[in-house]
Design a protein around this ligand. Structure first.
Ligand SMILES: Cc1cc2nc3c(=O)[nH]c(=O)nc-3n(C[C@H](O)[C@H](O)[C@H](O)COP(=O)(O)OP(=O)(O)OC[C@H]3O[C@@H](n4cnc5c(N)ncnc54)[C@H](O)[C@@H]3O)c2cc1C
Ligand code: FES
Length: 263
């Protein structure tokens, strides 16, 4: 049974416009977490707001027992979270959800991220590196000011390609256009496996391109959540076999090919 844990805030700093990275002392969570999992966060003391807010685990420092989250301030919960400072404690539930499978039979990962979909990627890269696997990251945002944590993404075994919708840096266009442009470099039979993290429209556009690549793709979904543990059915998504799955308990990581994005 997963129980909540009260975690002291070590510090919190702006990482980009309206984007924050918070470091929490959470030794058990840091030890148990796997990339792609999330924590369900009580953003204020007490019961208002009633529902927790889900955030991907951005990175862990297992030796020091530290868990990092990166998030964009978009509403009440994230505004309250942005106001938490060193010395406060925050109630976390987790680690929750199905993680990425990094141990499969591949030796190169292609990671496509849109916007704040980058949040779980540094942790994913750390896990891939430990397994001796190479990674290529394609990250797209609307404008270059939205890039953050680039230093955490760069490493000996990682290549990064960036895209901006307004052309202010990197490839001019969406990250899915960038993937289409580079797709010939990532061909079936050359040891690749795909990982995608981002908003639903990005995943929907990527799905046929990923299918054409000929190798398997895992996708991490972001849905609005309430309970976070598979009880309320508030976060269901439809699969191509017409069955429904909860993002919180059956996901957030799914086989991209199995998701049904049609309305
Ligand atoms: C598994 C998972 C992992 C996530 N990881 C991260 C992360 O690492 N970093 C991060 O910044 N965000 C992440 N999110 C999204 C994050 O949970 C929401 O941004 C947050 O709950 C918003 O809370 P709020 O109270 O500030 O906004 P609210 O006041 O609840 O909503 C403000 C506005 O944002 C919209 N909104 C709220 N939640 C979502 C959502 N999940 N998807 C799309 N629109 C939404 C609402 O419709 C509304 O328009 C994740 C979501 C899931 C399900
Ligand atoms: S949020 Fe309740 S089932 Fe997923």
């Amino acid at each position: 049974m997963i129980s909540s844990v009260s975690c002291p805030v070590i510090d919190q700093a702006p990482a980009g416009p309206g984007i924050f990275t918070i470091r929490l002392k959470a030794p058990v969570l840091a030890a148990e977490a796997k990339p792609g999992q999330f924590v369900h966060v009580r953003t204020a003391d007490g019961i208002d707001p009633l529902w927790r807010r889900p955030f991907s685990i951005h990175r862990v420092d297992r030796r020091r027992g530290i868990l990092l989250l990166s998030y964009r301030r978009i509403g009440r919960g994230t505004s309250l979270l942005a106001g938490r400072t060193a010395g406060d404690t925050i109630d976390l539930l987790g680690p929750l959800g199905k993680p990425f499978d990094t141990a499969g039979r591949f030796d190169k990962a292609i990671i496509v991220a849109g916007g704040l979909g980058i949040a779980p990627v540094p942790f994913l890269l750390d896990a891939l590196r430990k397994e001796g696997k190479r990674a290529v990251v394609l990250w797209g945002v609307r404008s270059k000011a939205e890039f953050f944590c680039l230093e955490a993404l760069r490493g000996r075994k990682t290549a990064i390609h960036i895209a901006t919708e307004d052309g202010s840096e990197g490839f001019h266009g969406r990250v899915t256009d960038l993937f289409g442009r580079l797709a010939a470099e990532f061909t079936a039979g050359s040891g690749f496996s795909g990982f995608a993290c981002g908003p639903m429209p990005m995943l929907k556009t990527l799905q046929p391109l990923a299918a054409a690549s000929g190798f398997p793709w895992q996708a991490s979904l972001e849905e609005r959540m309430a309970c976070g543990v598979g009880v309320c059915q508030g976060c269901v998504v439809r699969m191509k076999n017409r069955q429904y799955r909860t993002v919180c308990a059956d996901g957030p990581v799914f086989d991209l090919a199995e998701l049904d994005f049609n309305d």
